[in-house]
Design a protein around this ligand. Structure first.
Ligand code: MN
Length: 217
């Protein structure tokens, strides 16, 4: 029995629809610019998928409200399909996630060729809805995000440049993708700013919706 200097941090986790057990989250991989129109709005053409990551404890689950982060004046929403890697190493389930982004810090990092960690991997940067086990119900499912009742992002999963399976294959060339890993698979066009107090509602047809309010810092 390991003895710890102090108690280890709790394991981040997601609720699973129809199950009492929770899904233990190991880490969060994210793919950039995986919808053609969003890649264009960010100034890029179709290209090989690229990855960045968020720490597992950036997860915000169970309807909790993330705080507006420090050190930014331009927090952006990105609604995404999330794949969850199960015990056998394959995709076991799906969820609706929001890749919160300090867009001003990301722009500065791109400008200077510096890492994205502070722009993407900050605390509470990964709100995620409950997991639905099984195969993706409909590859043509609608994906959308509303802020204060107004639609900001609206697309279809088959607008993805790289399918979830292809994203997973690419990820495996870079990491030993393990049970508990989440993969955020990219966002459709229409990303934009969030302000403290904004109510965000994100949905993918067939999955548990995600909603939260941005808490003032
Ligand atoms: Mn994203």
């Amino acid at each position: 029995m390991t003895e710890w200097l102090f108690p280890p941090a709790p394991t981040p986790s997601l609720p699973v629809a129809g199950r009492a057990e929770r899904f233990p989250v190991r880490r969060i991989l994210c793919v950039g610019q995986n919808y053609a129109a969003h890649a264009r709005e960010m100034g890029h053409d179709r290209a090989e998928p690229f990855f960045f990551s968020k720490p597992g404890d950036a997860l915000v689950s169970d309807g909790a409200d993330p705080v507006y982060p420090t050190a930014t004046e331009n927090l952006h929403h990105e609604v995404e399909l999330v794949c969850a890697i199960g015990q056998d190493g394959a995709i076991a389930g799906w969820a609706v996630g929001c890749d919160l982004t300090r867009r001003d810090l990301q722009a500065a990092a791109k400008d200077k060729g510096r890492p994205w960690d502070a722009a993407k991997g900050f605390d509470q940067s990964a709100p995620c809805g409950g997991l639905t086990l099984g195969t993706l119900p409909d590859p043509a499912a609608a994906i959308a995000l509303m802020v204060n009742g107004q639609t900001r992002q609206s697309g279809r999963l088959d607008d993805m440049v790289w399918s979830p399976t292809e994203v997973l294959e690419k990820a495996r060339t870079l990491w030993d993708v393990r049970p508990g890993d989440l993969i955020f698979t990219g966002t459709p066009e229409g990303v934009g700013p969030l302000l403290p107090g904004d109510r965000v509602e994100a949905m993918i047809a067939g999955l548990s919706p995600l909603s939260f309010t941005v808490r003032p810092r």
